[in-house]
Write a protein that binds this ligand. Structure first.
Ligand code: SIN
Length: 308
């Protein structure tokens, strides 16, 4: 029994990989992911120019997850184009993630990654941590403007990293765009933006940037992530592959995301805490659940949520 899956027609040796975010910025970190049981190498969302990111503290572990306001610290997209060539030898899908500060940035980066060794390109429309920059995917006009330009730049599959949606009308609007532009995959969800954790001892927020407003991750957000995966699965069915992200830290969590309709899951907070060993542990736990329940493939579980 295996947990093989496919995303946009590309085979992944298991349905478990790292999320864009923790420990995937430098070449050394990406090589460690490549050598681990992560089934793909997901790279940190990059920008045109290198960025230091937001002031610290900018990542804080919490009892049930984490809050972060990293501010896209990365080495600039050219480095990730170069890393992709060097990471090719690991024979795993490589996923670039691009986070433009304007539409022209998205176009330039997608164009260059189309010519690179990456296998998939994720267009991140949902970083909540940039002062004065709203999350593009909450603005359907801006999203359409970006999509209308980046889908004509090459043949590699392009996906979208989406923020959490809450209102069913928002899902429907986004699903229409996803279908219209032939989006190959979606990543649901980015952290829940603009949340506030206060330390009662210091009487301050726990992170510094944006007056302490940051992206919430981990267990806190799993029900919202599951709902986003589920509703997009219902709207898009098998036309679009789905990565589930948000609070996956056990095989049971993966199983739930598969039932909701995910093809694969990405691990962020648990990977930051536990390191590369998390991928193997979670995969073994998933296999155990599938064995116990009599499932022999991810495809048998995918989308099979039963209703009461
Ligand atoms: C960050 O670097 O601030 C996180 C990236 C994201 O939320 O997309």
């Amino acid at each position: 029994m295996k947990t093989l899956t496919k995303i946009a027609g590309i085979e992944f040796s298991s349905c478990i990989l790292n999320a864009s975010g923790p420990n995937d910025t430098t070449f050394e970190e990406l090589a460690a992911i490549a050598e681990s049981m992560s089934s793909a190498i997901m790279m940190k969302s990059c920008t045109i120019e290198p960025r230091q990111g937001n002031d610290k503290p900018r990542y804080v572990r919490l009892p049930l997850g984490s809050i972060q306001s990293m501010g896209l610290p990365n080495l600039g997209y050219k480095e990730y184009v170069r890393f992709a060539s060097e990471l090719k030898k690991y024979n795993k899908p490589i996923i670039a993630s691009v986070a433009g500060l304007c539409t022209a940035d998205y176009i330039q980066m997608v164009k260059e990654f189309q010519k690179s060794e990456v296998d998939l390109i994720e267009v991140n429309l949902s970083c909540p941590n940039l002062e004065g920059k709203p999350q593009a995917a909450y603005d359907f006009q801006q999203t359409e403007n970006i999509l209308s330009k980046v889908f004509e730049l090459g043949e590699k599959p392009i996906g979208l990293k989406l923020p959490p949606y809450y209102d069913l009308a928002q899902y429907q609007q986004m699903a229409e765009l996803i279908i219209r532009y032939n989006v190959s995959f979606i990543t649901c969800i980015n952290s829940i933006g603009n949340t506030l954790i206060i330390d009662p001892e210091t009487e301050t927020p726990v992170i510094k940037a944006k007056s302490g407003f940051g992206g919430l991750c981990g267990d806190y957000i799993k029900p919202i992530a599951l709902a986003n995966v589920r509703y997009f699965y219902e709207l898009l069915k098998d036309k679009v592959s789905i990565f589930g992200v948000g609070g996956v830290k056990s095989g049971t969590d993966v199983f739930e995301f598969l039932l909701a309709g995910a093809d694969a899951v990405q691990i962020g907070t648990a990977f930051e805490k536990e390191g590369v060993g998390s991928f193997q542990r979670i995969n073994e736990e998933l296999l155990e659940i599938m064995r116990r329940k009599g499932y022999s493939s991810v495809q048998e579980v995918k989308g099979k949520l039963k209703y009461l």
